[in-house]
Design a protein around this ligand. Structure first.
Ligand code: ZN
Length: 305
């Protein structure tokens, strides 16, 4: 397979996203953007082994030395492969990245192994080369999950929203990600396939109970309220309880382009463009925040299916 060209980043397209893999067996995306230090990169989640990540990055023409940080949404094993704890101190080829972890996940990280020397904890706002990142902690199992909004330097209103494993759509999620150029969001399951599946009842309840995952319909309704300007990237499809056709059908006829991600096949480079025109008006609140942020504890399961 020929090496896909490293994306050309310009004022009009200051950043690009490639989802290397997405699903219950491992999630990892690479985000490249322009900065004063040249093209810099971030891994969003590191749920693949360091070896596989290195191979996929090479296939996408991305030099390891361009990756400055690994930014984690949460620490479930499909979002953070324990092999990185060792490898980050040792160095993976040319990779010398800082691990960025939400402060609420600090104890969980320490329970896996001694955190790498270059570990930093964030609460709400992070500054990385070429972008400002605003994080929101949303409901997912006991410790919650971080969703991110990236606003890129120099590209007018060029922005990316990234939300996976969100328990349910909330006003905070909509408000934080509202009007982004590109929105990457999970579309985990079809409720019909979920109910009909042979999965145990506790697992179905966890996934559908408001602190697990978004269904295709919940995803589409949330996207409608966020109003992404150009593109939607559908993340974390369940192998057992979803299909690409069902996930994308919920977005038919909408104004944005849709990319469906895959567990075993990387996407191409998805351009993140400067947005033209005024931001769309914020929708009326749903008032879902009146629900508790973290749902009742379901049975522990370190991979989120
Ligand atoms: Zn997950």
């Amino acid at each position: 397979m020929p090496t896909p060209a490293f994306p050309t980043l310009t004022d009009a397209t200051p950043a690009a996203l490639c989802v290397l893999a997405s699903g219950s067996s491992g999630n990892c995306s690479v985000l490249l953007r322009r900065s004063e230090r040249g093209v810099r990169g971030t891994l969003i989640d590191a749920g693949l082994s360091p070896r596989r990540t290195r191979r996929l990055l090479a296939q996408r023409g991305t030099p390891l030395r361009s990756i400055d940080e690994i930014l984690l949404t949460h620490l479930d094993s499909d979002h953070f492969h324990a092999g990185w704890m060792r490898e980050l101190d040792r160095g993976v080829g040319d990779l010398r990245a800082t691990l960025l972890v939400h402060e609420r996940h600090a104890k969980r990280l320490a329970s896996i192994a001694t955190p790498p020397q270059r570990t930093e904890y964030f609460d709400d706002t992070i500054h990385i080369s070429g972008a400002r990142v605003d994080a929101a902690l949303l409901s997912h199992d006991q410790l919650g999950v971080a969703a991110f909004r990236f606003d890129f330097d120099g590209g007018e209103n060029a922005s990316l929203g990234f939300a996976t494993d969100v328990g349910r759509p909330t006003d905070e999620l909509v408000t934080r990600l509202h009007g982004v150029s590109t929105l990457a969001i999970e579309s985990n399951y079809c409720p019909v396939l979920q109910r009909e599946s042979p999965r145990p009842g506790f697992l179905k309840a966890r996934i559908m109970g408001g602190s697990g995952h978004l269904s295709n319909e919940q995803c589409a309704r949330t996207v409608k309220r966020i109003v992404p300007r150009e593109r939607v990237v559908l993340l974390h499809l369940s192998r057992q309880c979803n299909t690409p056709e069902r996930a994308s059908a919920a977005h038919l006829g909408e104004h944005y382009e849709t990319t469906v991600t895959d567990q075993h096949r990387s996407t191409g480079w998805i351009p993140i463009s400067a947005a033209l025109g005024a931001a769309p008006p914020l929708p009326a609140p749903l008032m879902l925040e009146t629900l508790p942020l973290f749902g009742e504890r379901q049975r522990s399961d370190r991979s989120c299916r």
